[in-house]
Design a protein around this ligand. Structure first.
Ligand code: GLP
Length: 241
């Protein structure tokens, strides 16, 4: 793992955007694995700026997102499809037909998962996968557990995650209890992985991801087995390293 420690969130966002921009510049047809949550918002703002200033072009780029809540349509303001449109896609020159997010309203969930993995395989896999990390060490919605699933699958959310994500909803009761998520297999197949984390609240999880034993109870620790991971964290998140 290559670790980059930045002064603050602003610098983290710039460094992460530059990493992503490198992939886009070196391969105009790159397949980008993208993430939601608070962590990537600054990075997406920076990518929007670069695109508007003509530094990077998204017209032939394809994106694949990690996860989506079950039961929320793409128009729901807390769905991850809405998040991606609002925080990135609506502001760059990407063709939305080339942006993939699992469908949380799919009638046949099993089929949706199978098709999502087939789509990723069809695209040749992701060139780079962006990841945030949950306070409990989850990545995408792969929660700590005795077993982890390789492919895209339906999962329940832990109390921790429901609580953490309640900040985006009007009340905790509105947070969906289940989601579709890319599995560890799909994530680990990416040619390159960028993990971003900011703030003291992430320090424990970052420590376990970087230095802890590899365990399904700490899904992020699995990333130690990937050959090209760049961890970009601010000083607060790096506090326990
Ligand atoms: C969410 C998402 C993850 C995200 C994580 C951290 O539940 N499913 O993909 O990385 O939690 O979110 P944040 O960046 O808001 O701390």
């Amino acid at each position: 793992m290559k670790i980059i420690i930045t002064k603050n969130y602003e610098e983290l966002s710039k460094v992460a955007a530059n990493e992503m921009a490198e992939t886009i510049k070196s391969n105009p047809k790159a397949i980008l694995g993208l993430a939601t949550g608070g962590s990537p918002i600054g990075m997406y703002k920076e990518l929007i700026r670069m695109n508007k200033e003509g530094e990077i072009d998204f017209s032939t780029i394809t994106t694949v997102n990690l996860d989506e809540y079950i039961g929320l349509s793409g128009e729901h303001t807390q769905s991850y499809r809405y998040f991606m449109n609002d925080n990135l896609f609506n502001h760059i020159n990407i063709d939305k037909k080339n942006t993939y997010v699992p469908n949380g309203l799919a009638e046949n969930i099993e089929e949706e998962c199978k098709n999502y993995d087939a789509k990723i395989a069809d695209l040749g896999g992701t060139d780079v996968q962006l990841l945030g990390i949950g306070n409990n060490g989850h990545i995408a919605f792969n929660e700590p557990d005795q077993e982890l699933v390789a492919g895209t699958h339906l999962t329940g959310l832990t109390e921790d995650t429901i609580k953490a994500n309640a900040r985006f909803f009007d009340s905790i009761d509105e947070v969906p209890k289940t989601a579709l998520t890319m599995g560890l297999g799909g994530i680990m197949k990416s040619k390159k992985i960028i993990v971003i984390a900011s703030g003291e609240g992430k320090a424990e999880a970052v420590k376990a991801m970087v230095n802890g034993k590899i365990s399904t109870n700490m899904p992020a620790s699995m990333l130690q087995m990937h050959r090209d991971v760049v961890v970009i964290i601010d000083e607060a998140a790096a506090k326990l390293l």
